[in-house]
Design a protein around this ligand. Structure first.
Ligand SMILES: [Mn+2]
Length: 247
């Protein structure tokens, strides 16, 4: 596998994403690399729009990089789709961190949803097209990258995209292993550190609250390693972190 950095849930923390991307560059040195964003770039934190700007630039800069749609990006897309009930979608989205996203785009949560939909599509077409073009699963020979997880009772070839964005207990509670090692975010790890289980690697380390934005590094046959941000000091620093081994 090409030197690959998988980044967990960012949730509007552009400050941490910038720091982590800088750390990734220096980690890779002159080697070719790609980045897989595991989704949930937006919502909750203050700079969702700026996060998507950074994602779009990063995808263009490192060929082979991929964006996986998270359930929060799905909220946004559903709230602006031409078909379907935008109001109902927005009612689910806004209390789940969507208000912060709207504000990052210069909207107010009291703006009519139809107006928001029109202006988002008109003024930020690259954002909407990046989300519409996003993947839901990225597979290598040995690993599968998804936002939330996979249905443990269904073969990889028959997974449902929506399930991979939302699943929790049925996946997290499964003893594993799975057909391939699953790399995922979506559910914040209890330790706020990356956690290794038989068959899966969990890297949603709760960036919004913990200040830990984590990436997993896949480098040939080397064991997976991790880099994360730490904003408990005044300056955002990246640190090499030791995962909690839950085998
Ligand atoms: Mn999620």
């Amino acid at each position: 596998m090409l030197l690959t950095y998988a980044i967990g849930d960012v949730h509007g923390r552009r400050d941490l994403l910038s720091a982590l991307l800088a750390a990734i560059r220096s980690d890779a040195g002159s080697r070719r690399l790609r980045i897989i964003f595991l989704g949930d770039l937006i919502d909750r934190g203050p700079e969702s729009r700026q996060c998507l700007d950074l994602v779009i630039r990063t995808l263009a800069e490192f060929p082979g990089s991929r964006l996986i749609l998270g359930n929060h990006e799905e909220f946004l897309l559903r709230s602006i789709e031409k078909t379907g009930d935008r109001e109902a979608a927005a009612r689910r989205w806004l209390p789940n961190g969507g208000v912060a996203t709207l504000r990052s785009y210069g909207f107010d949560e009291t703006d009519p949803v139809d107006q928001i939909a029109v202006r988002l599509s008109r003024d930020f077409p690259s954002h909407i097209s990046a989300l519409r073009a996003a993947d839901w699963m990225v597979e290598t020979k040995t690993h599968v990258f998804v936002h939330a997880g996979i249905d443990p009772d269904t073969p990889l070839s028959q997974q449902n995209p929506e399930t991979t964005r939302w699943i929790r207990e049925r996946f997290l509670g499964h003893p594993g292993p799975f057909a391939k090692i699953v790399v995922h975010g979506h559910t914040i790890t209890a330790s706020a550190l990356p956690e290794l289980y038989p068959g899966r690697i969990a890297i949603d380390t709760g960036a919004v609250h913990s200040g830990h934005l984590t990436c997993a590094v896949f480098d040939g046959d080397a064991p997976v390693r991790f880099i994360a941000t730490d904003d408990h000091s005044e300056i955002v620093q990246t640190v090499a972190v030791r995962p909690l081994d839950c085998r």
